[in-house]
Design a protein around this ligand. Structure first.
Ligand code: COA
Length: 383
């Protein structure tokens, strides 16, 4: 452990904590390629089994068939057990603000669950694991319930099947074809975990204060919402829509550069030579839509990729193909980031448990740049 530096002597800092190692983790590594608990992301993504990955992240090893089935049953049971008090409150909010962003509904919903389920202290590891598994099922159910309530419909029951199949059915209103459920599962696996990203770090920071699981997750959802983080997947579709056709791509991209705007879905703090997840999912997306009207959007995406690479050596991140997959599956844009929440719930809760298990409060330093010392003048003397 390093000694605490003298704050008065500090003259240098890493803006955005770029390059700063802020702790240790056994959950995921980005060295060489992305690995979850030592397993290469590629076979996990191809299997596309979100329950297997969530179990791995939370419990540390891949489940046996029996463990997998029991885990899936617990998560599905949680999806069917949203507390009535939370649903009632959500119904009133939906009646008052039916056009609210589903991300806001999720952030509020998780906070409400913390109150209703009386989560006011971090329990031991076993209690935290129970909470994590409950949240894994409750959060997608909250999302689906919000969409029903905001549309003025009664809340439909949670369907049978894997979390990916059930959620896709709830979001589209029909049982998905097997290949669609499979690629949707792959996106959940790819979004599940990513080391010390901003939302996970937010969750760990809250956990480090001794606060409760629901407070950690509420903070994480707020952090994920930002367009530089999870919110980017919703913006990607705006980008493709704004460009419209491949012949306009070059001019549009250079307009963004001239206006000093970032192009959503490109660049990454850690991956400077491309995001392995984007490569994997990009290929799958192209295969899924081949021979359909979706080919045109893929051609446009290819064109933008080539321009970004040539102009700025920037490569796509996961949000770039994920947005196109969700669009091809017929999902509305305002559920793209909430789906990311559903998936990252597994990584966030695993990190909260890891932080609680070996905690020291997260409290960095700053360099003061404000006014020089000055004397206080009482209000009455200030005129
Ligand atoms: C992800 C992101 C926030 C990383 O930020 P960062 O690590 O601070 O960015 P970098 O240090 O790599 O940026 C280096 C340069 O590339 C530029 N750049 C990075 N991403 C860019 C993008 N998507 N479009 C245009 N320019 C970009 C930066 O503005 C910077 O330019 P400068 O040197 O002239 O200031 C940033 O790439 C971004 O805003 N991307 C778009 C949003 C997005 O897709 N987010 C999802 C991330 S998974």
């Amino acid at each position: 452990m390093s000694a605490t530096p003298n704050p008065a002597a500090a003259t240098e800092f890493a803006k955005g904590l770029a390059g700063v190692v802020a702790g240790t983790t056994a959950i995921a590594s980005l060295e060489g390629t992305l690995r979850y608990r030592g397993y290469d992301i590629e076979p996990l993504a191809r299997a596309g089994d979100f329950e297997e990955v969530a179990y791995l992240l939370l419990h540390g090893q891949l489940p046996t068939q029996r463990e997998h089935a029991a885990f899936g049953d617990r998560v599905a049971a949680a999806a069917r057990s949203l507390p009535a008090a939370a649903l009632d409150a959500l119904a009133r909010l939906a009646a008052a603000r039916p056009d609210a962003a589903p991300m806001d509904a999720l952030r509020t919903g998780v906070s409400m669950l913390g109150l209703v389920e009386r989560d006011d202290t971090p329990g031991d590891r076993t209690a935290l694991l129970v909470q994590a598994e409950r949240l894994l099922g409750q959060v997608p159910a909250l999302l689906a319930a919000w969409l029903d309530l905001a549309a003025g419909r009664p809340v439909a029951p949670w369907p049978s099947g894997s979390l990916a199949t059930a959620l896709l059915e709830r979001l589209t209103g029909r049982a998905p074809a097997a290949p669609h459920a499979a690629i949707f599962g792959t996106t959940l696996v790819l979004y599940a975990e990513h080391e010390f990203n901003a939302s996970t770090f937010a969750a760990r920071t809250v956990a480090s204060t001794g606060s409760d699981m629901h407070s950690c997750i509420t903070a994480a959802i707020g952090a994920l919402k930002g367009p530089l983080h999870g919110g980017a997947n919703e913006k990607v579709l705006e980008v493709l829509g704004a460009i419209g056709t491949a012949d306009r791509a070059e001019a549009w991209v250079h307009e963004q550069f001239a206006a000093k705007r970032v192009v959503m879905g490109f660049g990454h703090r850690v991956y400077k030579d491309g995001d392995v997840r984007a490569k994997l999912l990009g290929t799958m997306c192209r295969e899924m839509v081949r021979g359909t009207a979706g080919d045109a959007l893929e051609d446009l995406a290819d064109r933008v990729e080539r321009i970004m690479l040539a102009a700025k050596a920037l490569k796509p991140n996961l949000d770039w193909p994920a947005a196109r997959v969700y669009h091809a599956l017929g999902l509305p844009v305002n559920v793209f980031t909430p789906i990311f929440v559903v998936a990252r719930m597994s990584g966030w809760t695993a990190h909260v448990i890891e932080q609680v298990g070996d905690n020291r409060i997260i409290r960095p330093l700053s360099i003061y740049t404000g006014a020089a010392p000055r004397d206080y003048l009482p209000l009455a003397a200030r005129g």
